[in-house]
Design a binder for this molecule. Sequence first.
Ligand SMILES: *Cc1c(COP(=O)(O)O)cnc(C)c1O
Length: 395
Amino acid sequence: MISEQIKQLDSHYIAQTYGRFDLVLSHGNGCEVWDSEGNKYLDFTSGIGTNSLGWGDTQWVAAVAQQAAKLQHCSNLFYSEPAAQLAEKLAKASGLKRAFFCNSGAEANEGAIKTARKYSADKYGANRSTIITLENSFHGRTLSTLAATGQAVFHQHFSPFTTGFEHLPPNDLAVLTARLADNDVCAVMLEIVQGEGGVNSLTQAYLQGVQALCHRQDVLLIIDEVQTGIGRTGSLFAYQQFNLTPDIVTLAKGLGGGLPIGAFLLGEKCQDTLGKGDHGSTYGGNPVCCAAANVVLDRLDAAFLNEVQQKSAWLRSRLAALPKVKSVSGLGLMIGVEFEAGIDAQQIVAEGIQHGLLMLTAKQKLRLLPPLTISQSALEQGIAILANILISKSF
Ligand SMILES: *Cc1c(COP(=O)(O)O)cnc(C)c1O
């Protein structure tokens, strides 16, 4: 089918909830992807940070195909090897104790919220169920995770939302300290780098301060690593760069390397909070998705992560030196680019497609999430295309 036919089917038969780029993708290899007409694009999006190992990684494809042929799904009424192995890897890598597997980031955060509320209710009784999140955060699209999301734009049309969420300003410890005085808060949930909110990092001082406050008052610290996790920021989990010991960590995007899997990891305090019957998900721990995630985790060793850091340093310095760039934010290969006034990031992305480079936006910024496996020559190629666009006369 050619692109025009596919777009027409989409417009007739798919709920029109997405503002899509004007591009139908057909197949990919490494950090390159082709459209239905055979045009090639360099990919700085990774399916929004999901294809950690790029497109069609041989080892990943083999593991997925083998697992699909062997046992594609068996439900959580039975034990299966891929999920058990994956949970062990995640526990050993994170220092947390147990994993619950689900299918998406929003679901992972829902599970974290349920765990925090039950932990508090078990120990302290009712009226200690408030969850603090940050302004400008993004935690998902279900009613509860939308309520957790600290952006007014998401709080239209769908009320009533789940109650018990409050949004405080990021990097403001005094406000959090004052709010926790009431003893009605069971958890603080935050992203180390706010992704959808514009690729903004929290400060080390703030994160340490939040953790100290949480520990003092037995408030659970939930880190939403749905976007920052699984090597994206140059360490397996972003919190590891800030010396944190969270009580719950949520994962999704990059975990399956392009298959839908989410997880929440439970630390010592709350590893047994959820008991039999308290939570579940039909597809949670699906063997094919877990086999895919096992390959991703096996590949992300210290040498791999070190390369991510080096690529990040190179890319960030080149981006900062481009014309019309005001600032570069983010961590690892999760990068935001702020332009000088008059440059519209959306327009840069559209121009990128014309010139064979796929990029994203976050708020007013350009957002880059290249595959973690991207080669140096592909990075150079991408920077050259972006430089050309920025230098061109159209701005
Ligand atoms: C993408 C994202 C989510 C939501 O993940 P879904 O898989 O789309 O439900 C939650 N939190 C953060 C930080 C994200 O970036």
